[in-house]
Design a protein. Structure first.
Length: 179
């Protein structure tokens, strides 16, 4: 994961291209981003808006919410905001937006990929990392071999840990359907 220059500077990170440091700082940002999303927004929309804001920035997410409202749609609905985010890449719309141009398709793809990943986790309950248990591949019981996809259990665990603040909520929520 790479942080934007502004975010890296705000977090006191000198080398934002260092994946280990950037990833740990990025995980520290997620609770701050979630706190910026209004409490009145129900789940699962609040979580998906948080994930999108984490990706594109809270200001651009707010621009998309304003566009949704201008179209007479619900700015608290992920499905409605999702449909408006790509408009921020079109001059007709970003010229009117407070924060200007954004690659609005990227947070849409980011949330879609996380939703698909969570669906895979739901289909593979035996592969989940159990807190408080030794999940190291060399110390597991013989019947629990790795997935065989060329990735170590440790690297999958690291990726899962970056979703830890949202994992329980995400696994229990219905998926938003495209408009």
């Amino acid at each position: 994961m790479m942080l934007t220059a502004d975010t890296a500077h705000a977090m006191g990170l000198k080398d934002r291209t260092n994946p280990g440091r950037a990833s740990s700082r990025g995980r520290a940002i997620s609770p701050q981003v979630r706190a910026m999303i209004p409490d009145r927004i129900p789940e699962p929309d609040r979580t998906w808006l948080t994930v999108a804001a984490y990706n594109v920035g809270f200001g651009h997410l707010e621009d998309a919410r304003i566009l949704a409202q201008a179209f007479g749609k619900n700015p608290d609905s992920w499905a409605e905001v999702r449909a408006r985010l790509p408009l921020l890449a079109q001059e007709r719309w970003y010229a009117r937006a407070r924060r200007g141009y954004a690659r609005g398709w990227e947070p849409v793809q980011f949330v879609d990929r996380i939703q698909r990943y969570l669906t895979l986790l739901e289909w593979q309950p035996g592969e989940a990392v159990v807190p408080g248990r030794d999940n190291h591949p060399r110390t597991r019981s013989p019947g629990r071999a790795g997935s065989g996809h060329g990735q170590s259990r440790d690297s999958r665990s690291l990726r899962l840990s970056s979703l830890a603040p949202w994992r329980k909520e995400l696994l229990q929520q219905p998926r938003a359907t495209p408009p």
